[in-house]
Ligand binder design. Structure first.
Ligand code: 2P0
Length: 336
């Protein structure tokens, strides 16, 4: 009998309110500081992994086309890790589908590697709990460790003297969050990234004079953010998130050579968010390794805020609420 197995999993992107920017170990993808995010209910990634005994190499398709060489290499490296752990040397066919609008610049390695980790772990019969799955997803892309969970997730940085730092760096769902938040994503024109976030992190650590200060700040932001979420203090959540994001971008912009993910359009949206806030609005901005601005607000004000931002800037907006954890598609859960 041929022991093939297919598993299909879906995961959603997440947006960090306290950012991950910088690794202490590139190979194990261990962060220098903890981070905290909200998983979104939009733009899921669905990935199927079919283990194919006898197939000479892995195949990787994305949205129906062969993946780029860079993406395929990263997926194969991840599958190598799974093969090593499972003791099963089979190659696999990986097919990934994204639902992000073309050119929106919101494609996410977080949802991609969280879905791949769950589907591949299932197809190769690795028996993982959510912590183990989060640690595995982390090896594909750091932020994927958080997309394993729905709602709000906290990704731990290992203590400097942890005996097994790999085991100590996992994400977990944050319980007891008392804010009812939404994120309005403002979709700007996007060119391909000027530099991958992986390379940008490396350059920032090596050359930005602001990086050590930001690292200290972000380590303080993490407990403050948790406290604000537990207290239901959305204004504090928003202020910490916006400061943290601006600080992260300051480290990049002072790298050598500088890294500019934010564009004139991003600053235009940022100005609008500040103006709305000055007029009494409840809205705070956060930005990642790209030009798009995501605006945090109370859930019941999101539709109105989205309309205000679209009217003021002319850019498309989409409202995201806290989303679900990574999940298997039931019909494909077993393949034995
Ligand atoms: C974050 N970002 O916390 C930060 C904020 C972008 C800016 O995690 O090198 O794709 O694969 O671990 O996870 C993007 O970085 O980087 C990211 P790798 P990843 O969401």
């Amino acid at each position: 009998m041929t022991d093939t197995a297919t598993a299909v999993a879906t995961a959603h992107p997440n947006i960090a309110l306290v950012k991950y920017w910088g690794k202490r170990d590139e190979d194990l993808v261990l962060p220098l500081a903890g981070s905290l995010s909200m998983t979104l209910d939009i733009f899921p990634t669905t990935t199927s992994v079919t283990r194919c005994p006898g197939m000479p190499a892995d195949t990787v398709t994305m949205d129906g086309h062969p993946a780029t060489e860079a993406v395929a290499r990263r997926v194969v490296r991840f599958l190598d890790l799974i093969r090593q752990r499972s003791g099963c040397g089979d190659h696999a066919a990986v097919d990934t589908r994204n639902t992000v609008p073309v050119g929106a610049g919101l494609a996410s390695s977080a949802s991609g590697f969280a879905a791949l980790a769950l589907a591949a772990a299932t197809a190769y019969h690795l028996d993982l709990d959510t912590r183990g799955l989060s640690r595995l997803a982390r090896r594909g892309s750091g932020s994927a460790a958080r997309s394993v969970f729905g709602g709000f997730a906290l990704w731990h940085a290992p203590d400097p003297d942890a005996p097994d730092p790999d085991a100590a760096s996992y994400a977990e769902a944050l319980a007891g969050v008392r804010v009812d938040a939404a994120l309005v994503a403002v979709l700007l024109d996007t060119d391909p990234k000027p530099i991958s976030s992986r390379d940008a992190m490396r350059r920032t650590i090596a050359t930005s004079p602001l990086f050590p200060a930001w690292l200290c700040d972000t380590r303080l932001d993490l407990p403050r953010m948790r406290a604000a979420l537990h207290a239901g203090d959305l204004a504090a959540v928003g202020e910490i998130a916006e400061d943290n994001a601006l600080g992260m971008h300051a480290t990049m912009e002072t790298a050598d050579p500088p890294i500019h993910y934010l564009t004139g359009q991003s600053y235009q949206v940022l100005e609008r968010v500040r103006a709305l806030r000055a007029a009494g609005g409840n809205c705070w901005a956060t930005m990642d390794a790209g030009p798009n601005v995501k605006v945090l607000c109370p859930a019941d004000q999101a539709a109105h805020l989205a309309q205000q931002l679209t009217t003021a800037t002319g850019y498309r907006t989409i409202v995201a609420r806290p989303g679900p954890p990574a999940a298997l598609h039931p019909q494909a859960e077993t393949g034995r």
